[in-house]
Design a binder for this molecule. Sequence first.
Ligand code: KG4
Ligand code: ZN
Length: 856
Amino acid sequence: MSEPTHSYILAFDTANEVITIGLGVADEADRSISAVSSVEVEARRASNTQLLPRIDALLAEQGVSKGDIVCVVCGRGPGSFTGVRIAMATAKGIASALEVPLYGVSTLDSIAWNLHDAGLRGPAVVVADAMRKEVYPVRYELVDEGIERLEADSVVKAETAAEMLAVGRGAASASADGGGVAGSSDSVVGANAPASIIAGDALKKYAELFEPCGAFADKALWTPTGKGLLRAAQEAWRANLLDPFDAAFGNPAFALPVYTRLSDAEENERIRLSKNEPKNLRTGVQNAGVRRDQQPSAHDTAIENARADESGITYRPLDAAHAHAVAELESELMGTDAWSEALVLDELPRKDRVWWAAYGTDDMLVGYAGGWIVDGQVQVLKVAVAPAQRRRGIARSLLARIASDARDLGAKACSLEVRASNEGARALYASLGFESIGTRPKYYSDREDAVIMEGPLPLDHHDVAGMELQVHGGKALRVEDGCLPVRCDAERRLDVFAAASDGRGERIEAAAPLVLAIETSCDETAAAIVDGSGQLVSDVVASQIDFHARFGGVVPEIASRKHIEAICGVADECLDVAAARIGVPRLRWRDLSAVSVTYAPGLVGALVVGVAFAKGAAWAADLPFIGVNHLEGHIYANKIATPDIEPPLVVSLVSGGHTMLVHVKAWGDYETLGSTLDDAVGEAFDKVAKAMGLGYPGGPIISKLAVEGDPGAIDFPRAMLHSGDLRFSLSGLKTAVITYLRNEEAAGREVNKADVAASFQQAVIDVQIAKAEMALKLTGAKEFCLGGGVAANPALRAAYGVMCERLGVRLTLPPMSACTDNAGMIALVALDRYREQKFFGLDADAQAHVNLDEPY
Ligand code: KG4
Ligand code: ZN
């Protein structure tokens, strides 16, 4: 006799130092979720290793199978950024692979529910630790019917929060709005108000500070519980915000952590840009730009770092220095409804506004858009594009950026007004999923009606947070640079299917096994699927580079956020492209043979997202899970164009974070022959480009410029050329270039930038070639190949061609598109691991550093 099956809800949270898991049974009849199990364990910084094993054990203990889970509930924080991301990425992986809704609940609300269910009533405050002497305080009113949240999430100094709560003791309800992005801090003094009940893990650190603010709840009620999460979900169900049985309510792509503001880098930039001072033309923050594996170094980055897209358009947050240009375009386009410069200037410093601008050649403003985040919605205030620049997708790109920031700030929907006669704009919004919900009669000063349109956030089916998405795969990868840039918009679906038949990404036969790979180690969110013949069936990359360029380097916090925003969209796209290429209606996670992920080396906060997501999906789909070393991936990228490449071989790994010569004795058996003592090659390119005021990333810019220069013009040093070993040093070269530039400037001579670029590049190449030749002679290898971003340098590729021919060594070069980070190369490593049945456990974690020479 079999037990009747229940519909289970799996809930978890790792926003703090506690792993919390709840398992509940959902009853459609009364919309109740009854907890059958609630587990809370201390997990000091070990959430990623412990979360899935605990979930697995809990299900086993309760005799529940994964197939009985109808919905995943995840704590969104606020809390530790990494902690929240681990839960969120794991939940996205599980819900995606189980094909069930994912619903995010506020970690603080779940604590408030616990206070309520413990019988406490009256004013209450939950204060969570935000590190750096800050806390997340939220006030509630606990009444018989439930909890009333009195304000939105905010982050404030612990001392300020304590003062504010002590003063406004019990009077919290006076400022109940919950609308703003940053919670309101004003409160009314309630002289004889009842003492607040206080809970939250900030009390562990700041007990004395909060003592005067009210009565501490029992310590057991300070941190979230599985029960509390399930309770919060039940109330969301009853409020029609969630339906565990209806996938339309919980697309895993749309669940995001609670952020109380943009990343520090963006927030500092916004504040600076909103001030009308000349130096505001310079953007960026101190310590923002870091390369993989490195401590942040001081940067004063410049606006020229912002990267133009293929059409020559650059996107940056709008700054005060351009308010005048906005007003001019306004008066040209908006007639009597135009905004004045003063009005624009007044907008920029506001915390709940997001403004983006598009610039053409010579930094000319060609478009701008602004949004106001209020009540969980972003109201688009302006979208304008200069007439000569229309039909180039600028409005769409501006909207994507507004939408992406607005999502980070908690908005779930987007609304705007558009002139009834503006059919072009209405069609654009309709293509983004907006619907007309009404009109404002005679809204404009010329008495034309406004149509009110509303759409969901994100704006796209497979949202990748405003990034450019590139799709490769199938035959496309056999040709140099055979990539297919695809705009991130509603038309994209059609583009992809067109690609399947346009000869570049044509129909292919795929052989088992199918291994999916995820890569999130730096600033690319990528997914790929390889088949048993080593063919890349699908290879999708969303590059964040536009979002880092204006800071002059990769900003780790932005990278982590973009990964969590884009991971589902990228993975879904990867599965869809593969389905189209193979010619099946749909490819599901459970149709795959294994799931793999880059687990090291890289930015830990970025790696963690991919690892947690991939692990969650592998677990949910009952697939083996494979961890891959990113550097090994760069070596395997050579297999894409040259499947018969065989060890023993020598590979030169040259990227923004690495410069090394590696002896590949067999696949999986590596010996590092030498590496850099200081800067990596790509880093040297980036720093030199920066010193020359050329923008970021420097490699491609310098190599283009070098074509026109004389490589023999300036005799820059070739460090360690005769050191007799295979180590490199590049910081001296970089300094030599900077010194040269300074001296020339001091002498009043005009610098020939092309000559500098060519001479610098030649100095790099000479050493690279000499050491590679040494390595080949030392090992006797007859094959040589390259890996990493700098492998895309044409002069370097050509120089290796000459050297290898002279030595009678076969040279393999990865396709241009596979030099920079991608998941295809990770999938190829994973395929070998799959064949060897070398799998990772559910306790696997991301690592910043690993030694390539150590097998894993
Ligand atoms: O492998 P990758 O995408 O990321 C890291 O692991 O760092 O490499 C990026 C690096 C950047 O420093 C970039 O400037 C460099 O590769 N790069 C180039 C070229 N294209 C990219 N360096 C020289 N010449 C190029 N054409
Ligand atoms: Zn890389």
